[in-house]
Design a protein around this ligand. Structure first.
Ligand code: SF4
Length: 213
């Protein structure tokens, strides 16, 4: 049986996750540190450091390698309409990416939100582009910026809440609704090109203040 998580933020929509940073090669800044967006990562604080949250993520890191993982996953999504990949962690392995693509193909009734930084790596581009070509999949290549920058390849960015929404992006309003999606499904909708998430959390604020000097 696959271990899915259900979070209140996502209105009870299920997700499958891995441990943050250790499965996120795209979080590295190339100088031994983390890119700005990952320095303030929510998945390294609060409830994410609790044993009961870390345990399924550690389990999942081995679980995807077994033979019947894809068929079990497809079964687990039978009644779902929306699904979020990687509430924490990233698709660090090409073999995992191939399996995820197969799951996406076999669940056309599910709208998949696939956030990632793996598009930084050329060898991942073909398989992630294949995912994004499916009508039920919204791949969101996350910008490293916390000041709202993004380019035509990105599907999301982070911006300072006190500043205006970056031009051309859709503002996430979860933090105006107790941190919950409250019926919004923009992240799963591939017609919405870029989502702008307001900075949130003390850790992110600190990263931003340090950046400002
Ligand atoms: S943009 Fe909408 S779906 Fe995405 S996280 Fe924010 S509230 Fe949820």
């Amino acid at each position: 049986m696959v271990k899915l998580s259900k979070t209140s933020k996502l209105d009870g929509i299920k997700s499958w996750s891995l441990e943050a940073v250790e499965t996120c090669p795209g979080s590295a800044d190339g100088h031994g540190g983390l890119v700005d967006a990952c320095k303030g990562c929510y998945a390294r604080t609060g409830m994410y450091v609790m044993k009961q949250v870390k345990a399924p993520r550690a389990f999942n890191k081995d679980d995807w390698k077994r033979d019947n993982f894809v068929s079990d996953f497809v079964d687990a999504l039978k009644k779902e309409k929306f699904f979020r990949w990687f509430d924490s962690g990233d698709c660090y392995s090409l073999s995992l990416a191939e399996k995820i693509f197969e799951i996406m193909q076999k669940t056309p009734h599910v709208k998949h939100w696939f956030p990632t930084r793996m598009l930084k790596f050329d060898k991942f581009k073909p398989i992630i582009e294949k995912m994004n070509s499916l009508p039920n999949v919204a791949v969101r290549f996350s910008s490293d910026s916390i000041t709202g920058e993004f380019n035509e390849t990105h599907g999301s960015t982070i911006f300072p809440a006190e500043q205006g929404v970056p031009s051309g992006a859709f503002k996430c309003s979860a933090y105006e609704h107790d941190g919950k999606c409250s019926g919004c499904r923009a992240c799963y909708d591939k017609s919405v090109k870029v989502i702008a998430y307001p900075q949130h959390g003390r850790k992110m604020k600190k990263v931003f203040m340090m950046k400002l000097g």
